[in-house]
Unconditional design. Structure first.
Length: 439
């Protein structure tokens, strides 16, 4: 099955044909999987000097490519080989990306118009092309490099061009869903590719991650999914879709102290509050008491029919102990929801364990999870602890201020919320998770 035909209009055909003499795209052209024709604008001039440019109206530096040879070239090729999807390559245009590459791959014939000098007479843009594209926020001497980049990006999506079609599916920005080896469906999105390694296993003191050498495919898939998530959020968070925690998702706020539980249960977006490490029955509406997180998870799974996700919520200044737990850190609601979507369902119950101090996070898998037990401390994986949600001080201060302005909090007799308190942590977390405007 042949791929698209590219019609490149240029003043330097040799720049295109030279590139096509080697590499995978050159081989694909030899096999007929991709076809590239080059048309020289100068072949459609009418003077003996083959003039393609002239001074701009209104004055100014440089020269402008004339409209007559450009339109004549387009019309001649269309009459000879058929209509084309016409693309003008110019910095003054929307940016070309992988989504555009996938869209262009659906066109059987694509015309790429390469400009030079100060560009092409703008009447070509106004009446003789279907769209304009730019490689990015920079300027080249001409459109040939951009045309070659588009040819390669589009051609490698066509059947047979790559030796292994799975390679394109795993690329950065790929349309393939990111699966984590848990049996869940993959998460769609423009993920950056996970890190890749090959032999030797150690080079100048730097080792390949052990998970890749162990041969456990499920663990490898989970590691790659987490690495792709972390790399995308570290380098290109703008790629990620906007997610909001559904209103119907149950959210339970859990903490070891009982002092603020009644107030936590009344926060907008909270399903209820839970006191951990406590037994008996609570007298406050919306407040539950459970001996440990394992008991709470069992109860919520029975109640809602799905295992809850457990997230530790800490101030950003307390994120350092995450190294002890080995858990990924999400410093925004968007990042946290993305991480949850990788390995679960955003409609599943969510437990936010409020940890106001650094020491508390280190204790999370001991005193909070196995109160009264003398067995070995429970691991984060065994108890369902998924990640750490780190909120910066600015968000905590805003949350505390908002709480202090509410009518029930104006009276000076009750304790006022302070930055880092359970109340401010919970309010900031719920505000971010429930509101798309917070991101």
């Amino acid at each position: 099955m042949s791929g698209p035909t590219f019609e490149v209009f240029t003043l330097f055909p040799e720049a295109i044909t030279g590139f096509l003499r080697g590499g995978l795209i050159g081989k694909a052209a030899e096999l007929g999987l991709v076809t590239v024709h080059c048309t020289d604008y100068r072949d459609f001039t009418r003077d003996r000097h083959r003039t393609v440019d002239d001074a701009p109206y209104g004055g100014g530096p440089g020269m402008v490519m004339k409209i007559e040879p450009v339109v004549a070239a387009l019309e001649s090729v269309a009459a000879e080989r058929g209509p084309m999807h016409r693309v003008l390559l110019t910095p003054s245009a929307p940016r070309f990306d992988q989504r555009v590459a996938r869209r262009l791959a659906s066109h059987p014939r694509i015309a790429l118009l390469c400009g030079r000098y100060e560009g092409i007479d703008d009447r070509v843009r106004e009446a003789h092309v279907d769209e304009c594209l730019s490689l990015g926020d920079f300027v080249l001497n001409g459109g040939e490099v951009a045309a070659l980049a588009i040819i390669e990006a589009v051609a490698r999506l066509c059947e047979g061009v790559l030796g292994n079609p799975e390679s394109a599916a795993r690329d950065s920005f790929s349309a393939a869903d990111l699966a984590d080896g848990t049996g869940n469906e993959g998460v769609p999105g423009d993920w950056l590719e996970f890190p890749q390694y090959t032999r030797p296993p150690e080079f100048r003191g730097r080792k390949v991650p052990p998970v890749l050498l162990a041969g456990a495919h499920g663990e490898v898939d989970r590691w790659r999914a987490d690495q792709a998530w972390q790399r995308t959020w570290a380098l290109r968070p703008d790629l990620r879709p906007r997610r909001t925690l559904p209103v119907s998702t149950p959210v339970y706020l859990a903490q070891p102290e009982a002092g603020e539980l009644a107030a936590l249960a009344t926060l907008p977006g909270a399903t209820g509050a839970v006191g951990l490490g406590q037994r008996g029955r609570s007298r406050s509406p919306g407040v539950e008491l459970h001996g440990d997180l394992k008991a709470l998870r069992r109860e919520l799974r029975r109640r809602h029919g799905a295992a809850p996700d457990v997230i530790a919520v800490v101030p950003a200044a307390s994120a350092a102990p995450v190294a002890v737990t080995g858990l990924p850190v999400a410093d925004s609601a968007a990042a946290l929801l993305d991480l949850l979507a990788l390995t679960g369902d955003l409609s599943a119950p969510l437990i936010l364990v409020l940890i106001p101090t650094a020491a508390g996070l280190g204790d999370l898998t001991t005193s909070f999870l196995a109160v009264g037990e003398r067995a070995k401390p429970a691991s984060a994986a065994a108890t369902g602890l998924r990640a750490v949600f780190a909120l910066d001080d600015h968000r905590l201060e805003l949350a505390a201020l908002e709480l202090a302005r509410r009518a029930p909090m104006i009276d000076s007799s009750p304790p006022q919320p302070v930055c880092g308190s359970a109340m401010s942590l919970a309010a900031a977390a719920l505000t971010e998770l429930r509101s798309p405007a917070a991101r």
